[in-house]
Design a protein around this ligand. Structure first.
Ligand SMILES: NC(=O)C1=CN([C@@H]2O[C@H](COP(=O)(O)OP(=O)(O)OC[C@H]3O[C@@H](n4cnc5c(N)ncnc54)[C@H](OP(=O)(O)O)[C@@H]3O)[C@@H](O)[C@H]2O)C=CC1
Ligand SMILES: O=C(CO)COP(=O)(O)O
Length: 328
């Protein structure tokens, strides 16, 4: 496929990330339909050219329209709902996606089934071509056109090249890649480690502890990626090091901010906080690691923290008293 053949893009999910990706695609010259599920939101986007629920007063590109359903002439779809909602959204829209390239932009693993986003797509729409978009990218930055670079991974290399070129614009640069498993795991796992890093700050454990955590998270992530057939080298790129750095050091990350609250001793009330994907992904990642026989002490620590069954001081002391081992 040539990039010019990608004229019509549909984005499913009108939250902050879906709206930002729709905006970037419109700026890149595509005709974009943002698929919402609220008629009032559709009316606001089409008349006032804002999506206030997702991105406040940010003016949206005139080439972006909203609708309640996918149009018939879509060349490329982008799925941008929370990871635990991807199967439900595909249940509604999947029959329109047969044979199409579908960009998966959620960062998370599915509870219960332990599926990655591409596995969910291929189970529900076997003829679709999956492409995974991940990397350091806050919706607010992408929507405002601030310089952002991400990875776009697919086993179909020519498709990844074409879609990367079709979505690239003055503020968004996409690097095509082949290791979809590595990119998907990196995107999901960084949220778990961002929770941990936020907790370290919230508990006042110091910048040295947070840096050590990031480095050991990187090593842990590599073990899991390799065990699942991915390439550890992928983690040196945008989806690995890039996103881990962003999400583990910025309170703008909802996962980091949630960890910060936990570290300060606050109790999480379901439905009362912004989306923090790591809360859902942590137990799934732990289950996958157990299945593969991979040692993941940091993921275990986050699961324990989230369970509320141990104080952060005890969790940290458990980590620090593990048997010493070599780093090389
Ligand atoms: N925000 C960011 O900076 C980034 C987010 N991501 C990832 O993108 C994903 C989405 O995050 P984000 O946009 O921030 O989340 P938001 O909470 O901002 O928005 C979620 C959106 O998904 C919609 N939605 C939920 N369930 C369904 C469903 N079953 N069918 C259709 N639409 C549904 C919601 O609709 P409604 O409003 O009607 O409930 C809402 O518009 C996450 O996996 C996140 O990790 C990745 C990179 C950056
Ligand atoms: O994935 C993101 C940045 O790359 C957004 O992070 P949060 O979901 O933690 O806000």
């Amino acid at each position: 496929m040539q990039p010019e053949a990608i004229k019509n893009v549909a984005v499913i999910g009108a939250g902050s990330w879906g709206t930002a990706l729709a905006q970037a695609s419109a700026v890149a010259g595509r005709r974009v339909t943002l698929v919402c599920r609220d008629p009032e939101q559709v009316a606001e986007i089409n008349t006032r050219h804002t999506n206030s629920r997702a991105l406040g007063a940010l003016p949206l590109d005139a080439g972006l329209v909203a609708a309640l359903a996918l149009p018939a002439d879509v060349d490329l779809a982008i799925l941008a709902v929370p990871a635990q909602q991807s199967a439900a959204a595909l249940g509604v829209h999947g029959r329109m996606l047969g044979g199409l390239p579908v960009v998966l932009s959620a960062k998370g693993l599915e509870a219960g089934t332990l599926r990655r986003q591409s596995e969910i797509l291929l189970d529900l729409v076997p003829t679709a071509t999956p492409l995974v978009l991940s990397g350091p990218s806050f919706a607010e930055d992408v929507a405002a056109g601030r310089p952002t670079a991400v990875t776009l991974a697919s086993p179909d290399g020519a498709m990844a090249d074409a879609v990367a070129a079709a979505l690239a614009g003055p503020g968004l640069r996409l690097y095509a890649a082949g290791d979809m498993i590595g990119v998907e795991l990196a995107g999901g796992l960084k949220n778990v480690y961002a929770l941990a890093c936020g907790a370290v700050e919230g508990a006042g454990l110091g910048a040295s502890a947070r840096a050590a955590l990031i480095a050991r998270a990187f090593a842990e992530m590599a073990r899991l990626v390799v065990a699942l057939g991915g390439n550890a080298g992928t983690l040196t790129g945008l989806a690995g090091l890039g996103d881990l750095t962003l999400s583990c050091t910025s309170a703008q990350s909802r996962n980091y901010a949630t960890g910060l609250a936990l570290g300060r001793g606050e109790i999480l009330v379901e439905g009362r906080r912004p989306l923090a994907e790591g809360v859902f992904t942590a137990p799934v990642a732990q289950a996958i690691a157990r299945r593969q026989g991979v040692d993941v002490p940091l993921i275990d620590a986050v699961v324990l923290l989230l369970s509320g069954r141990a104080a952060i001081a005890d969790i940290v002391s458990g980590l620090m008293s593990r048997p010493l081992k070599r780093e090389d």
